[in-house]
Design a protein around this ligand. Structure first.
Ligand code: 2P0
Length: 343
């Protein structure tokens, strides 16, 4: 047997690209029961978007010692560290020690509460697993993505997704699963962008600080199962009003929890608060819309398809709103191209 052609053929497998979309949690994840395995203190439920995306290309280079990581054309030490840790998990699965070239870009602001780590790590894991030909199913991809960033576990899947807390210490039962496909209940999301600055305190640090110092931590954990049941039932019944109530409740409860930390974490700006009032006013007027906000100042307004024009127009009027993005619900992470490594 001639080893040369075999090596050349195999090289083509080490290069792949994937796309993933951010997800927006309706019942929030905020707290870890294991920081190494990235296991959550509570379950969460999300919707995966369609028009915002991360596209990531990964190329493993046999013989290369280091990783080179470009995010939106730039190299950032803190982000590179997280990417390298994720690549290490992929390399461990493939039993290789090759360095990688990673090129990733988002079509939306990074690290400003728009779930860029969810789409970023879901795309990285999807592309990396493909490049190394790991043959993982979606559940395994989701568990690997969870190790890199908790919310990335949910972006492996499309539509409505639940990520279970799990009970086992090895994390094998903390898996994300699809609840309902996007086209079964095609809600729309308007994102009011009120700042494009990266947040001061990242989610991991915010969660750690909150769990250590917020007096509301125990009630946050105790009340989450009921919120999950209410939201799951509302989604399966396509009950918009019930989903609106539980989603705003979970959002405000998460922020109340973080606000009560010492010192308190305040992710909103003035425009975020005005947007909340705007959404509540619209709903009082009969418009089917509710809000949710993550660890940043952007407000996400989830609405019936018929209301999207009115919701966007109202949010655009608010001083401090820079622009309003518009998305439907979309699919999970997918491979978009498999490149061949240059000989
Ligand atoms: C969520 N967030 O459920 C919550 C709500 C932000 C607010 O998941 O440390 O980037 O990588 O597991 O997933 C953002 O946190 O945190 C997040 P890590 P992640 O969407």
């Amino acid at each position: 047997m001639n080893p040369e052609p075999r090596t050349t053929a195999a090289l083509g497998k080490f290069h792949a690209a994937a796309q993933a979309q951010p997800n927006i949690a309706l019942v929030k994840y905020w707290g870890k029961r294991d920081v190494v395995l990235n296991l959550p203190t509570t379950g969460s439920i999300s919707i995966t978007l369609d028009s915002l995306w991360t596209r990531t290309e990964v190329r493993f280079v046999p013989g290369q010692a280091h990783d080179r990581v470009s995010l939106n054309g730039r190299s950032d030490a803190a982000e590179t560290k997280r990417v390298v840790a994720c690549l290490d998990l992929l390399r461990q699965r493939a039993a290789v020690d090759w360095g990688a070239e990673v090129d990733s870009r988002n079509n939306f602001p990074t690290a400003a509460g728009l779930a860029s780590s969810a789409s970023g790590f879901a795309a990285l894991v999807r592309a990396g697993a493909q490049a190394l030909d790991l043959g993982l199913d979606e559940t395994e991809l989701s568990m690997l993505a969870r190790r890199c960033s908790g919310s990335a576990a949910r972006s492996i899947f499309g539509g409505y997704v639940e990520w279970a807390r799990g009970r086992l210490t090895d994390g094998s039962d903390s898996v994300a699963l699809p609840l309902l496909p996007a086209d079964a209940w095609p809600l729309r999301v308007a994102v009011a962008v009120t700042s494009i600055a990266a947040k001061q305190i990242g989610s991991s640090e915010g969660m750690r600080h909150t769990a250590q110092s917020s007096p509301f931590q125990a009630s946050w954990v105790a009340t989450q199962p009921a919120d999950l049941t209410t939201a799951r039932n509302a989604i399966l019944a396509r009950d918009f009003d019930a989903l609106a109530l539980v989603s705003e409740h979970s959002c405000l409860k998460m922020h109340a929890l973080a606000l009560a930390a010492q010192p308190g974490l305040l992710y909103w700006n003035g425009a975020t608060v005005e947007c909340m009032h705007c959404v509540r006013t619209l709903r009082r007027q009969g418009v089917p819309v509710f809000f949710t906000i993550d660890a940043g100042p952007q407000l996400k307004a989830v609405c019936a398809p018929s209301a999207i024009g009115q919701v966007k127009a109202a949010l655009r009027e608010i001083p401090g709103v820079l622009h309003v993005l518009d998305s439907g619900l979309g699919a999970g992470a997918c491979v978009i191209a498999i490149g061949a490594l240059e000989a």
